[in-house]
Design a protein around this ligand. Structure first.
Ligand SMILES: Cc1cc2nc3c(=O)[nH]c(=O)nc-3n(C[C@H](O)[C@H](O)[C@H](O)COP(=O)(O)OP(=O)(O)OC[C@H]3O[C@@H](n4cnc5c(N)ncnc54)[C@H](O)[C@@H]3O)c2cc1C
Length: 409
């Protein structure tokens, strides 16, 4: 059986950051990753459409405090400009006046959440909503959170700092992450099935490729995987399982298309939100990096339903939205291939990012706590501030690496 000091489970942002930090601390570590590539929820498809398409994370948020900006610069990765957001309804762009009224209402709702001091369901704050733009807020909320206001904790949402522009990575956020994993002691296509922590001083980690003994383990997998994808012997303590159950996964699924000729006229690259009612939270990144492409993000409970109906149903829906905005010639110009991803259906993720249930905002801190000074936890779900984000996962990986290394001294 292989023996190692620290095993990191998962080579997403948190696992890559943890392994890099352990290397700096001169701790011996091994990263076990279920997928055939590193990056986790940062993954770029290059082959299907012949252009880079990010299946997961797209934007570098909070640029002033995002360490991946500096790391991207150090590796020569391009960082794009922020995109203008445009709204459409019934196939037409909103007038300036309507767009201003819509943005004012949406901002007012987000300010109201940010000002709240007591936890509960976000929906409780808006029981009296009468604005004609409230459906736009609900769609934007699902786009940010992946769940509906009645499923989401007020304080969890309020703790996230909405600051600065969102910057795209034109050659792929996933490509950037995979590059940051190069040189790590990484075993790909190695799903962990069981973590046995019954023996004092030694853990046994069972994978499809055999068992590994370790002093400590850093688990960076999503709460979905902690709850149902890896068996713990003995089971995790009740307080930890309670935290896992308090942080279900939201939904954001994507479908990308390329067009064989220009279909967007003189439209500059932009983020478009067609207002299609409260239920249908849908956004498009159009003409990214001036390509003839559309990347559609469907969010919230609707994303789960639509992706479950399959790639064909989602492609039909995406084309219907685009034809409404740009005319039926667009349908004929669409290349036959689509990039489609259903994060909900992937057992190694179970959704897009974790969201605290109403009243359970403090469970992220509980999820982050180690068990028995040997099981350490990282990942976006444990981030106290940048939850749901790549850089939140990154910071959590560094913190877990330092704690795991210190526990051996
Ligand atoms: C559609 C979508 C859009 C997003 N947009 C953005 C965005 O614009 N900006 C942003 O900052 N964030 C965004 N996010 C969120 C961001 O991608 C995640 O918060 C972040 O990548 C999570 O990193 P992590 O290391 O915590 O987890 P993961 O990336 O989930 O890493 C965990 C790793 O563990 C592996 N694993 C799972 N089970 C096992 C097992 N049993 N054995 C071994 N390995 C296992 C997984 O394969 C995965 O590689 C988005 C996510 C999605 C899905």
């Amino acid at each position: 059986m292989t023996e190692i000091d620290i095993v990191v489970i998962g080579a997403g942002a948190a696992g890559i950051a943890a392994a890099r930090r352990l290397g700096e601390l001169r701790a011996t570590c091994l990263v076990l990753e279920a997928a055939a590539v590193a990056g986790g929820r940062c993954r770029t498809d290059h082959g299907t459409l012949g252009i880079p398409v990010d299946l997961g994370a797209h934007w570098l948020h909070s640029p002033r405090r995002n360490p991946l900006i500096g790391l991207a610069a150090a590796t020569g990765a391009r960082i794009g400009q922020p995109l203008e957001t445009r709204y459409s309804a019934n196939g037409s762009w909103l007038s300036d006046e309507d767009a201003a009224a819509c943005v004012a209402h949406v901002d007012h709702c987000f300010d109201r959440i940010a000002a709240a001091t007591q936890d509960g369901a976000v929906a409780d704050l808006f029981a009296d909503a009468t604005s004609p733009w409230h459906a736009a807020f609900l769609a934007e909320f699902a786009a940010k959170q992946g769940l509906a206001p009645e499923q989401s904790s007020i304080l969890d949402f309020a703790r996230y700092p909405w600051e600065g522009d969102d910057l795209p990575v034109p050659d792929g956020f996933g490509t950037l992450l995979a590059g940051l994993a190069s040189g790590l002691n990484l075993h790909l296509a190695t799903p962990v099935r069981r973590v046995d922590w019954s023996e004092r001083g030694r853990l046994r980690i069972a994978t499809d490729q055999g068992d590994i003994a370790a002093r400590a383990v850093i688990l960076t997998v999503s709460p979905h995987v902690l709850g149902s994808g890896i068996r713990f012997d003995p089971p995790l303590p009740d307080w930890k399982r309670d935290a896992v159950a308090a942080l279900p996964m939201g939904h954001c699924n994507k479908l990308a298309l390329r067009f064989e000729r220009p279909v967007f006229g003189d439209l500059a690259p932009c983020l478009v939100m067609p207002l299609r009612g409260a239920r249908e939270s849908v956004e498009f990144v159009l003409r990214e990096d001036c390509r003839d492409s559309a990347v559609c993000m469907v969010n919230g409970p609707f994303a789960r339903e639509l992706a479950a109906a399959g790639a064909g149903a989602m492609r039909d829906y995406v084309l219907e939205c685009l034809v409404e905005m740009f005319g039926s010639d667009l349908r004929r110009a669409a290349a036959p291939e689509s990039v489609f991803v259903n994060w909900d259906a992937d057992p190694f993720f179970g959704g897009c990012y974790a969201v605290a249930r109403p009243g359970r905002a403090d469970m992220r801190a509980v999820l982050a706590q180690p068990v028995a000074d040997r099981l350490f936890f990282a990942g976006e779900a444990t981030s106290p501030e940048f939850m749901g984000d790549v850089h939140g996962a990154w910071f959590s990986g560094i913190a877990a690496a330092e704690a795991a290394a210190a526990s051996g001294q």
